[in-house]
Design a protein around this ligand. Sequence first.
Ligand code: NI
Length: 176
Amino acid sequence: MAQLAIQIIPAEVLRQKAHPIVTVDKRIAKFMEDMAETMYKGNGIGLAANQVGALDRVITVDVSDSRDGSEVYLMGNPEVVWSDPIETFTYSEGCLSIPGHYAKVTRPRRIRVSYLDQAGKKRELEAEDLFSQCIQHEIDHLNGVLFIDHLSKLKRDMILRKIEKAIIDEDSAHIL
Ligand code: NI
Protein backbone atom coordinates (compact mmCIF):
# COMPACT_ATOMS: atom_id res chain seq x y z
CA MET A 1 0.00 0.00 0.00
CA ALA A 2 1.06 3.57 -0.46
CA GLN A 3 0.13 6.77 1.24
CA LEU A 4 -1.21 9.44 -1.11
CA ALA A 5 -0.80 13.23 -0.88
CA ILE A 6 -3.87 15.05 0.40
CA GLN A 7 -5.11 17.99 -1.64
CA ILE A 8 -5.90 21.06 0.43
CA ILE A 9 -8.34 23.86 -0.33
CA PRO A 10 -8.16 25.83 -2.71
CA ALA A 11 -6.89 22.97 -4.94
CA GLU A 12 -8.90 22.96 -8.17
CA VAL A 13 -9.46 19.17 -8.10
CA LEU A 14 -11.63 19.57 -4.98
CA ARG A 15 -14.11 21.51 -7.12
CA GLN A 16 -14.20 19.06 -10.01
CA LYS A 17 -16.69 16.28 -10.59
CA ALA A 18 -15.29 12.76 -10.46
CA HIS A 19 -16.14 10.29 -13.24
CA PRO A 20 -17.90 6.94 -12.73
CA ILE A 21 -15.57 3.95 -12.77
CA VAL A 22 -16.39 1.33 -15.39
CA THR A 23 -15.27 -1.62 -13.32
CA VAL A 24 -13.16 -2.32 -10.25
CA ASP A 25 -10.00 -3.46 -12.01
CA LYS A 26 -6.64 -4.06 -10.35
CA ARG A 27 -5.72 -0.37 -10.52
CA ILE A 28 -8.93 0.75 -8.79
CA ALA A 29 -8.74 -2.06 -6.19
CA LYS A 30 -5.19 -0.94 -5.31
CA PHE A 31 -6.28 2.71 -5.34
CA MET A 32 -9.02 1.86 -2.81
CA GLU A 33 -6.40 0.36 -0.46
CA ASP A 34 -4.06 3.31 -0.85
CA MET A 35 -6.95 5.66 -0.09
CA ALA A 36 -7.84 3.70 3.06
CA GLU A 37 -4.22 3.86 4.24
CA THR A 38 -4.15 7.60 3.57
CA MET A 39 -7.43 8.03 5.46
CA TYR A 40 -6.10 6.17 8.52
CA LYS A 41 -2.77 8.04 8.49
CA GLY A 42 -4.67 11.33 8.37
CA ASN A 43 -7.02 10.23 11.17
CA GLY A 44 -9.97 10.78 8.88
CA ILE A 45 -13.19 8.75 9.06
CA GLY A 46 -13.70 9.16 5.32
CA LEU A 47 -11.84 10.09 2.15
CA ALA A 48 -12.85 10.79 -1.44
CA ALA A 49 -10.72 10.39 -4.59
CA ASN A 50 -10.69 14.14 -5.33
CA GLN A 51 -8.86 14.65 -2.05
CA VAL A 52 -5.88 12.69 -3.35
CA GLY A 53 -6.01 14.34 -6.77
CA ALA A 54 -7.87 11.62 -8.67
CA LEU A 55 -11.21 11.88 -10.44
CA ASP A 56 -12.48 8.30 -10.14
CA ARG A 57 -15.70 7.95 -8.16
CA VAL A 58 -14.19 6.14 -5.18
CA ILE A 59 -14.62 6.80 -1.45
CA THR A 60 -13.42 5.07 1.72
CA VAL A 61 -15.24 5.23 5.04
CA ASP A 62 -14.52 3.84 8.52
CA VAL A 63 -16.51 5.19 11.45
CA SER A 64 -15.68 2.23 13.72
CA ASP A 65 -13.83 2.56 17.04
CA SER A 66 -11.20 -0.05 16.19
CA ARG A 67 -10.12 1.59 12.91
CA ASP A 68 -8.01 -1.48 12.17
CA GLY A 69 -9.36 -1.96 8.66
CA SER A 70 -11.81 -4.70 9.67
CA GLU A 71 -14.83 -2.40 9.22
CA VAL A 72 -13.66 -0.27 6.33
CA TYR A 73 -15.95 0.45 3.38
CA LEU A 74 -14.26 0.77 0.01
CA MET A 75 -16.88 2.07 -2.42
CA GLY A 76 -16.88 2.62 -6.15
CA ASN A 77 -19.63 4.72 -7.75
CA PRO A 78 -21.42 5.31 -4.43
CA GLU A 79 -24.88 6.67 -5.01
CA VAL A 80 -27.64 7.66 -2.62
CA VAL A 81 -30.74 5.81 -3.83
CA TRP A 82 -32.94 6.91 -0.94
CA SER A 83 -32.64 9.47 1.82
CA ASP A 84 -34.77 10.10 4.90
CA PRO A 85 -37.28 12.79 3.91
CA ILE A 86 -38.11 13.78 7.49
CA GLU A 87 -35.44 13.16 10.11
CA THR A 88 -32.14 14.98 10.02
CA PHE A 89 -28.83 14.56 11.82
CA THR A 90 -26.44 17.35 12.76
CA TYR A 91 -22.74 16.80 13.28
CA SER A 92 -19.72 19.03 13.55
CA GLU A 93 -17.88 18.16 10.34
CA GLY A 94 -14.24 18.58 9.51
CA CYS A 95 -12.33 17.63 6.38
CA LEU A 96 -8.75 16.54 5.65
CA SER A 97 -8.79 19.06 2.78
CA ILE A 98 -9.87 21.95 5.04
CA PRO A 99 -7.55 21.36 8.01
CA GLY A 100 -8.34 23.01 11.32
CA HIS A 101 -11.90 24.06 10.53
CA TYR A 102 -15.09 22.49 11.83
CA ALA A 103 -18.75 23.43 11.50
CA LYS A 104 -22.12 21.88 12.20
CA VAL A 105 -23.79 20.47 9.11
CA THR A 106 -27.32 19.05 8.98
CA ARG A 107 -28.10 16.21 6.58
CA PRO A 108 -30.76 13.46 6.20
CA ARG A 109 -30.39 11.00 9.12
CA ARG A 110 -30.73 7.84 7.07
CA ILE A 111 -29.72 6.96 3.54
CA ARG A 112 -29.60 3.91 1.32
CA VAL A 113 -26.51 3.72 -0.86
CA SER A 114 -25.61 1.55 -3.83
CA TYR A 115 -21.96 0.98 -4.67
CA LEU A 116 -19.38 -1.42 -6.08
CA ASP A 117 -17.22 -3.18 -3.50
CA GLN A 118 -13.52 -3.95 -3.93
CA ALA A 119 -14.37 -7.15 -5.82
CA GLY A 120 -16.56 -5.16 -8.21
CA LYS A 121 -19.78 -6.62 -6.78
CA LYS A 122 -22.79 -4.32 -6.70
CA ARG A 123 -24.01 -3.82 -3.15
CA GLU A 124 -26.49 -1.74 -1.22
CA LEU A 125 -26.47 -0.68 2.41
CA GLU A 126 -28.43 1.46 4.81
CA ALA A 127 -26.61 3.96 6.97
CA GLU A 128 -27.68 6.29 9.72
CA ASP A 129 -26.28 9.05 11.93
CA LEU A 130 -22.49 9.46 11.70
CA PHE A 131 -22.06 6.69 9.11
CA SER A 132 -24.71 8.28 6.92
CA GLN A 133 -23.28 11.77 7.50
CA CYS A 134 -19.79 10.62 6.49
CA ILE A 135 -20.92 8.87 3.30
CA GLN A 136 -22.89 11.97 2.27
CA HIS A 137 -19.85 14.18 2.94
CA GLU A 138 -17.66 11.92 0.77
CA ILE A 139 -20.18 11.68 -2.09
CA ASP A 140 -20.33 15.48 -2.01
CA HIS A 141 -16.56 15.50 -2.62
CA LEU A 142 -17.06 13.41 -5.77
CA ASN A 143 -19.39 16.14 -7.00
CA GLY A 144 -16.96 18.94 -6.20
CA VAL A 145 -18.93 19.97 -3.12
CA LEU A 146 -17.31 20.75 0.27
CA PHE A 147 -18.96 20.82 3.71
CA ILE A 148 -18.53 24.60 3.86
CA ASP A 149 -20.99 24.83 0.95
CA HIS A 150 -23.70 23.67 3.37
CA LEU A 151 -23.07 26.61 5.72
CA SER A 152 -24.55 30.10 5.62
CA LYS A 153 -22.61 32.51 3.40
CA LEU A 154 -21.49 34.36 6.52
CA LYS A 155 -19.96 31.25 8.13
CA ARG A 156 -18.47 30.03 4.85
CA ASP A 157 -16.84 33.39 4.11
CA MET A 158 -15.41 33.51 7.63
CA ILE A 159 -13.68 30.15 7.14
CA LEU A 160 -12.49 31.07 3.63
CA ARG A 161 -11.03 34.38 4.88
CA LYS A 162 -9.11 32.55 7.61
CA ILE A 163 -7.74 30.07 5.06
CA GLU A 164 -6.74 32.90 2.72
CA LYS A 165 -5.00 34.73 5.55
CA ALA A 166 -3.14 31.57 6.59
CA ILE A 167 -1.93 31.09 2.99
CA ILE A 168 -0.78 34.73 2.77
CA ASP A 169 1.02 34.45 6.13
CA GLU A 170 2.72 31.27 4.98
CA ASP A 171 3.77 32.79 1.63
CA SER A 172 5.13 35.96 3.18
CA ALA A 173 7.13 33.86 5.64
CA HIS A 174 9.23 32.61 2.71
CA ILE A 175 9.94 36.10 1.31
CA LEU A 176 12.10 37.29 4.20
NI1 NI B 1 -13.87 15.91 3.42
